[in-house]
Design a protein around this ligand. Structure first.
Ligand code: G3P
Length: 216
């Protein structure tokens, strides 16, 4: 499974990169707003040190507006994936941008039927939002499993990018199901390494080692 870090905070991205956790980056309008920076500037900076796909989302809702904004975004760097919402116009823009060789991330996916449409439109990535489904008591992980099955049934090449991830368990479960990618906030990615028994084990090994009086 490949990891994308879900943030527009350059410092956070660099930290995760040093830990080998960054195969790419995803952003959205909320994350850009949080960064307090201009979208074109921050995406350009991220692309200067991240080799993998960097998702940048359009704000327009109509096809022409999405194409215009998508054109601005894809010109920033070769590894920009234009992110479009899962609407009729978004799917149209996805089809066009993909046919022109631009990576497209279709976002705000909440059903397997929507994911099927994104694959048919040639999306590079489909972003099913696990956490937001869980928030309204719908089974987010079941959506990942259903999309996996549909894509495998018909050999669609669209990558499943598990999104709206809130916990380490979300990543583990999505990996078991076979999601190709997961995008998660820096804190969740960093949390993957943690286990209380690892800390406890280190503590007791260290205590016993000290008793031997040895050095290596
Ligand atoms: O970037 C898309 C997605 O990961 C957003 O997550 O936590 O705002 O539902 P969240």
């Amino acid at each position: 499974m490949k990891f994308f870090v879900d943030t527009a905070d350059v410092k956070d991205i660099r930290e995760c990169q040093e830990m080998g956790l960054v195969d790419g980056v995803t952003t959205n309008p909320t994350l850009i707003a949080k960064s307090g920076r201009k979208i074109t500037e921050v995406i350009k900076e991220i692309c200067s040190f991240v080799e993998g796909p960097v998702s940048a989302e359009v704000a327009a809702l109509d096809y022409d507006g999405m194409m215009r904004e998508g054109d601005v975004l894809r010109k920033i760097a070769k590894n920009v994936a234009v992110k479009v919402p899962l609407t009729v116009d978004g799917l149209r823009a996805c089809r066009k941008l993909s046919s022109e060789g631009t990576m497209v991330n279709v976002t705000l996916c909440f059903s397997a039927a929507q994911a099927l449409l994104a694959a048919k439109a040639g999306a590079t990535f489909i972003s099913p939002f696990i956490g937001r489904l869980d928030d309204i008591n719908l089974p987010g992980m079941e959506l990942i499993a259903n999309i996996r099955q549909i894509y495998d049934n018909y050999d669609y090449q669209t990558n499943i990018l598990a999104a709206s991830i809130r916990s380490v368990n979300h990543i583990t479960e999505a990996a078991i199901i076979g999601a190709d990618y997961a995008t998660a906030p820096p804190a969740v990615l960093k949390g993957l390494v943690k286990h209380p028994l690892t800390d406890k084990g280190i503590e007791s090994f260290l205590a016993d080692w000290k008793k031997t009086g040895q050095t290596i």
